[in-house]
Design a protein around this ligand. Structure first.
Ligand SMILES: Nc1nc2c(ncn2[C@@H]2O[C@H](COP(=O)(O)OP(=O)(O)OP(=O)(O)O)[C@@H](O)[C@H]2O)c(=O)[nH]1
Ligand SMILES: [Mg+2]
Length: 331
């Protein structure tokens, strides 16, 4: 009697062939009313400043993608593709705000997960309005940000319990999870990765491991000028100003070991002559500072030498004018 080895069935493990480590990848949108810390959160998650931030509302005006890939030693891991969005405007309805809101709605449509950001301890009618816009079939996490600014931590537990009762109940579950945190705390960011990971599908990564954004250097340059403008001027100006890049030219390094040179010319567009004077400042001192701070930041971000020229132009009523808003690069 002879015995023969049976053919391996498809379910038998093939000796020596390691199964590839699983990879996950997906889109995570960051949404909320203005100024709750969405862009600060995006930058912390990406580990690099991609999106401009300021203490003023309406800082972000575009959909901005920030990528973070976290590989495992086995070759698997997760690629998070975060999408920062403008703060959703529930009050004024000029052409610019309509365009910003359109950008938000476009960005939340086809994502795997939504991080809905509010300030810890507060859930206002503006927050409720934004929440009402989100599709019901996409999981939403409540990110209760700026926890570090809550002086009486004991107050947060009852607030969270109330949020859970109102928005997390078995029948009315609006939030899949509740995450009290601070975008400025590294441990909280680490914890958030673990929370988000399971919502992303198993699939191949879309970007190279070291890619950080799908935005161009030219775009980052115009955003950086706008951030310095926001940060170095009074409260009225930001809403009515924008930045256009007129020139963005690269020169390769002259010698080995030198960095490439990027020449930038940008125009700050404002609504009134008075605003123009504000941007320029006493003896041109403010616009000079905007230029210097922009140059320093871009040199770090793009690893190059930067030469920047700034101009100021008055275009009254641009933010109310649909065609102008479009021509300045808004959706
Ligand atoms: N203390 C504290 N401040 C924070 C935190 N997150 C953001 N901020 C601050 O809140 C302000 C607004 O932050 P942004 O990230 O620009 O807010 P945003 O939601 O992107 O704002 P818009 O783009 O205008 O909608 C900035 O001054 C941030 O430094 C946080 O966790 N703790
Ligand atoms: Mg922002």
């Amino acid at each position: 009697m002879t015995t023969t080895a049976s053919e391996p069935t498809p379910l038998d493990p093939v000796p020596g062939a390691a199964t590839p480590a699983p990879r996950r990848c997906g889109l995570v949108a960051i949404v909320g009313k203005p100024n709750v810390g969405k862009s600060t959160l995006l930058n912390a998650l990406v580990g690099q400043k991609i999106s401009i931030t300021s203490r003023k509302a309406q800082t972000t005006r575009h959909r901005i993608t920030g990528i973070r890939t976290r590989p495992t030693p086995e070759g698997g891991g997760t690629q998070f593709v975060f999408v920062d969005t403008p703060g959703f405007q529930t009050r004024h309805a000029n052409a610019l705000n309509r365009s910003l809101n359109k950008t938000v709605l476009g960005a939340v449509a086809d994502v795997d997960l939504i991080l809905f950001v509010v300030e810890a301890g507060r859930f206002t009618t503006a927050d409720a309005k934004v929440l009402g816009l989100l599709a019901k079939d996409i999981p939403v996490l409540l990110i209760a940000n700026k926890l570090d600014t809550v002086h009486r931590r004991a107050d947060i537990a009852p607030w969270l319990a109330q949020m859970q009762a109102e928005h997390g109940g078995a029948q009315q579950a609006r939030f899949a999870e509740f995450v009290p945190m601070s975008a400025k705390n590294a441990k909280d960011i680490e914890r958030l990765f673990a929370v988000c990971e399971k919502y992303l599908p198993e699939q191949a990564w879309w970007y190279d491991e070291d890619e950080l954004t799908d935005r161009s250097e030219k775009f980052l340059a115009s955003e950086t000028v706008r951030e310095k403008l926001f940060r170095l001027t009074g409260d009225e100006l930001p809403y009515t100003s924008t930045v256009m890049i007129d020139k963005f030219e690269e020169e390769p390094p002259q010698r080995k070991g030198q960095k490439r040179l990027v020449r930038i010319a940008a125009t700050i567009v404002v609504e009134r002559d008075g605003h123009k004077a504000m941007v320029i400042g006493d003896k041109g001192e403010r616009i000079k500072r905007i230029g210097t701070e922009t140059r320093q930041e871009l040199e770090k971000l793009m690893d190059c030498k930067v030469f920047i020229e700034l101009w100021v132009k008055v275009r009254s009523g641009w933010a109310d004018d649909e065609a102008r808003v479009k021509s300045f690069g808004y959706e």
